[in-house]
Design a protein. Sequence first.
Length: 231
Amino acid sequence: MRRPSDRTRSGARVRVKPIPEATVARLPVYLRVLQHLADQQITTVSSERLAEAAGVNPPKVRKDLSYLGSYGTRGVGYDVEYLVYQISRELGLTQDWPVALVGVGNLGQALAGYKGFTQRGFRIGALFDADRERAGEQVGNLRIEHIDDMESSLKEKGIAIALIATPAAAAQETAERLVAAGVRSILNFAPTVLTVPSSIHVRQVDLSVELQILAFYEQRTAGRPGRRRGT
């Protein structure tokens, strides 16, 4: 992808104000929509169209993108390619991020084989599991390492981002060891809340919670609380 200059249309780079967490959470959604538009050879997009595809309102899109110093052109919209670059740069996706994966069970194995990571600037750089019988097992182009070797391996590889896909009972200890090894960002798939220092960034992915939320809305849609479909 062509990388436009980091300067604005007027030629001078503008240092915009800090980006709120809520905006940061929406940037990947905008990026996904924009990349889809780029794949369709669409070169410009209005805030209305971007908002509709992202599930927000146009004023929120314009406000979010203003934090990047991008205001679009009246009557034309936003340059798709340039906006893809701006958001990718802001999210740190213009570089390659190695990621450690701890817990290579069914979920971990699926995550290790997910091709979408590499397409978005990430690569699984290390695999760890507590099962000694799995140590040395080949998964893709990596070999599983025993968790006892995790601290030294992470420091050697310089990995600062990790995925936890262990059973819930092992997740907290795993997080503590990751932090001690220099990991600063954790994506937790284990169904438990982690306690870590405030300087560590943690994102929680709890599939059962998401399903429970869907069940709530499905029940409201069905209009028959407590009744299952087909009864």
